[in-house]
Ligand binder design. Structure first.
Ligand SMILES: *Cc1c(COP(=O)(O)O)cnc(C)c1O
Length: 360
């Protein structure tokens, strides 16, 4: 067996300890005589798995009691519709468009009401985060929407926008659990887990109690109503049971690492190693405004598409996988999520140095 350093944007690297534990429990989960995949989601054993997972993410993020944690399906993309269906009481929402995911979310919301794009960074290919300290937030906006970490472009909101009292909704798919957050600043925090937490198939929604109501847009399906899942504690129907089990193990792993403050410190150290190298390289350059750089997704280019392709190919042969940039951007992108060890980033930087010497 040999494992590579996997820089995929998602589905992405998971902690090796978690994979080993899951492997050890595959045939017989703690004396149940079956795997978690084969287990009823109504069983005592699974009830304990989901309850423990919820408690652990609450501990990690210090989620207050007036917020619910939902383990849903449909990916982050389903939330693009579910959010307006549940929250757009006035049929007005403000969107800050900092990349493809926010753009898609805004477009979907337009099916349900008026969408104001109150800020955007599309003029410079989403390479920065616009100043959001004094935006023309709509008086009657039901919420202000952001994508907090832009997976494709490698930017991150370092300060949250001033929503002038409106509810903040954030897609945190690619920065979930990467650093401490103040949950009370948000109405809804959600993310697909396949970037920084677990296997594809689970989306976690952290939502303030008062936003969970029966007063949803007409025609909203039962399955797309937050209240359905909040009332049933995420067990209205069969959840992605195995996925939730793995997420639970990752929560325990993060706790064992020292929680979110420790994750932040490790993530900063990894990102710094890569950005410091990029800043002095004569071959490679980062594509993002330095003040808005993501700790999780690091896009870079040589400026020559053929050389980029050569780099990706040779990196792969050296055990550094999935460094090709997003198909809409080109170049390279290294996703260095929680589970990427420092050694992986160091190996990447060493490889880049060698490539630079050989190709400059
Ligand atoms: C990957 C990603 C999505 C889409 O996630 P799906 O689970 O595939 O729907 C949405 N937002 C962000 C920020 C992402 O990184």
């Amino acid at each position: 067996m040999s494992r590579v350093y996997n820089f995929s944007a998602g589905p992405a690297v998971l902690p090796e300890e978690v994979l080993k534990e899951a492997a050890a429990e595959m045939l017989d989960y703690r004396g149940a005589g079956m795997s978690v995949m084969e287990m009823s989601h109504r069983s005592k054993a699974f009830e304990e798995i989901i309850n423990t997972a919820e408690q652990d993410i609450r501990d990690l993020m210090r989620i207050p009691d007036n917020y619910r944690v939902l383990f849903l399906q449909g990916g982050a993309s389903q939330q693009f519709a579910m959010i307006p269906m549940n929250l757009m009481k006035n049929r007005v929402a403000d969107y800050i468009v900092t990349g493809q995911w926010a753009k898609k979310a805004a477009k979907e919301a337009e099916k349900y009401g008026k969408v104001n794009r109150i800020a955007s960074s599309e003029d410079r290919t989403f390479s920065y985060i616009p100043d959001c300290s004094d935006l023309p937030v709509s008086e009657d906006a039901d919420y202000v929407y952001i994508c907090e970490n832009n997976t494709i472009y490698g930017t991150k909101f370092k300060t949250l926008p001033d929503t002038k009292g409106r509810t903040l909704v954030a897609d945190v798919s690619s920065c979930f659990l990467s650093e401490p957050v103040d949950v009370t600043k948000y109405g809804v925090i959600y993310g697909g887990v396949q970037k920084n937490i677990g296997p594809a198939g689970v989306v976690i929604v952290i939502i303030r109690d008062d936003l969970i109501t029966e007063d949803v847009l007409p025609g909203t399906p039962t399955m797309l109503t937050y209240k359905t899942h909040a009332d049933a504690k995420s067990l209205y129907n069969t959840p992605s049971a195995y996925g939730i089990y793995i997420c639970g193990k990752v929560f325990k792993w993060i706790k064992s690492q020292g929680g979110l403050p420790a994750m932040k410190e490790k993530n900063e150290k990894k990102a710094k190693a890569l950005y410091d190298y990029l800043d002095q390289s004569r071959l490679f350059k980062g594509t993002v405004e330095p003040k808005d750089r993501s700790l999780m997704n690091v896009p870079f280019v040589t400026g020559d598409a053929d050389l980029d392709a050569k780099f990706v190919k040779e990196a792969r042969e050296a055990g550094l996988e999935n460094l090709k940039g997003h198909r809409t951007v080109g170049g390279m992108r290294a996703s260095i999520y929680n589970a990427m060890p420092y050694e992986g980033v160091a190996a990447l930087v060493e490889f880049m140095k060698k490539f630079e010497e050989e190709n400059l």
